[in-house]
Design a protein around this ligand. Structure first.
Ligand code: HSE
Length: 405
């Protein structure tokens, strides 16, 4: 029998215990022996919980118990979670986590520590919730050079944008409703400002390049400036608006960014709605493949952590491979990236706009909005667009949105 411990009995941690205990027989078949959760570490007690007897408050109990071979870190944050992860790996106990903050900040260090102590550091649940995208990059697409990754990686913002699109509602109204229903955090900043997505694309970009992509250097823009009117223009263009995470190879360098984009109905990501996530991966041999599923929520995320536990249990005494070195990947500036842009200006400045933006400009006049006009530019570099956009600051009627080809 293999014994595991769970650190943090919140939404994901309790889900992990539920998955391992309820799917005991299928996990036994897949591991080849029984797998149990021996301890649940939390500061709180859980009277009446079916697993209350497993709850402990002292991490050293786990460290001193040689029977515990696998630790699930579902605490979150980079404080105690980081310290406990290092201690466990240094003692040869594998760690499986959903903690994208910790993985994005210290991934290579923790992978090296695991390798030095013949155990594993696995983080399937840190990106895309229940979608097995990390395993796909590490174990399935290993004969391809990955050229690009494009993802909808945050369930909360995709839920908000989908609802704004469907109901013509404002960002503020949908966010409030999402908070009431528990789909968005009381402090929604990490989701709506794009920080969560940024960390996830940093992890995927690191696996794509095999080097460390520093999340602090990734251009990140959230969805707080997107309005119901923007969706009306999107509809007129046959497009949708999604918070995308992009990672592309540009020569020997990498372009990584997070921002809202207008995407056409031809994009496979167009129909990804609600809390669902999807990751589009382009390999140089395979071409495009897409991975879709629930990107957030207790059981989908817990299922991914538990699958990592099963993997560790099947490879006791080994280190599961992950190609992610500590050396920093070179990121390209967005300045020279060329794309089309959408922007809105007040009525009465058509001539000025046409003169500035020249060829390839497309005008969109919504019947219900005679006080303003929308425009889609021809293909131009970010820095060229930014320079022109600055010149029309006095007549803007909304914020610009990039267009993903
Ligand atoms: N807040 C995150 C989301 C949770 O909405 O996607 C999963 O990482």
């Amino acid at each position: 029998m293999i014994q595991a411990a769970v650190l943090g009995y919140g939404t994901v941690g309790s889900g992990v215990v539920e998955v391992i205990e309820e799917n005991r027989s299928v996990i036994k078949r897949n591991v080849g022996e029984e797998l149990h959760v021996k301890y649940i570490l939390d500061l709180r007690d859980f009277p009446g919980d079916p697993y209350e007897k497993k709850v402990i408050h002292d991490f050293t109990q786990i460290m001193e118990d040689d029977e515990v071979k696998i630790v699930c870190e579902t605490m979150g944050g980079v404080g105690a979670a980081y310290a406990f992860t290092k201690q466990a790996l240094a003692a040869g106990k594998s760690v499986c986590t959903s903690n994208k903050e910790l993985v994005a900040a210290h991934g290579p260090e923790l992978l090296a520590l695991a390798a030095a102590h013949k155990c594993s550091y696995l983080f399937e649940a840190s990106v895309g919730g229940g979608i097995p995208i990390i395993r796909t990059l590490n174990n399935a697409l290993t004969a391809d050079r990955i050229e690009a990754i494009t993802g909808i990686l945050n369930g909360t913002t995709n839920y908000i944008l989908s609802k704004m699109e469907k109901e013509g509602a404002s960002f503020e109204a949908v966010l409030k409703e999402a908070q009431e229903k528990g789909y968005a955090e009381r402090n929604p900043e990490a989701d709506v400002e794009g920080y969560d997505t940024c960390r996830k694309i940093a992890i995927l970009s690191s696996l794509m390049t095999g080097k460390s992509v520093n999340y602090e250097k990734i251009y990140t823009e959230g969805i707080t400036k997107i309005t119901a009117r923007d969706f009306a223009y999107a509809r007129a263009l046959g497009m949708s608006i999604k918070l995308l995470a992009l990672s592309r190879r540009v020569g020997e360098e990498t372009l990584a960014m997070t921002a809202p984009f207008l995407i056409s109905s031809d994009s496979p990501l167009y129909t990804v709605n609600g809390v669902f996530n999807a990751v589009l991966v382009k390999g140089n041999m395979l071409g495009e493949s897409m991975y879709y599923g629930r990107g957030a929520g207790k059981l989908p995320t817990a299922s991914a952590v538990a699958a990592d536990v099963v993997d560790c249990a099947r490879h006791m005494g080994e280190t599961l491979t992950c190609f992610w070195d500590a050396g920093e990947a070179a990121l390209v500036s967005m300045d020279n990236v060329a794309r089309r842009f959408f922007f809105r200006v007040k009525a009465g400045c058509k001539e000025r706009i046409e003169k500035l933006f020249g060829e390839g400009l497309q005008e969109i006049q919504l019947p219900e909005a005679s006080e303003e006009t929308g425009y889609v530019t021809g293909v131009m570099k970010e820095k060229e667009f930014a320079a022109l956009y600055e010149q029309i600051a006095d007549v803007l009627a909304g914020s610009r949105i990039r267009i993903e080809a």
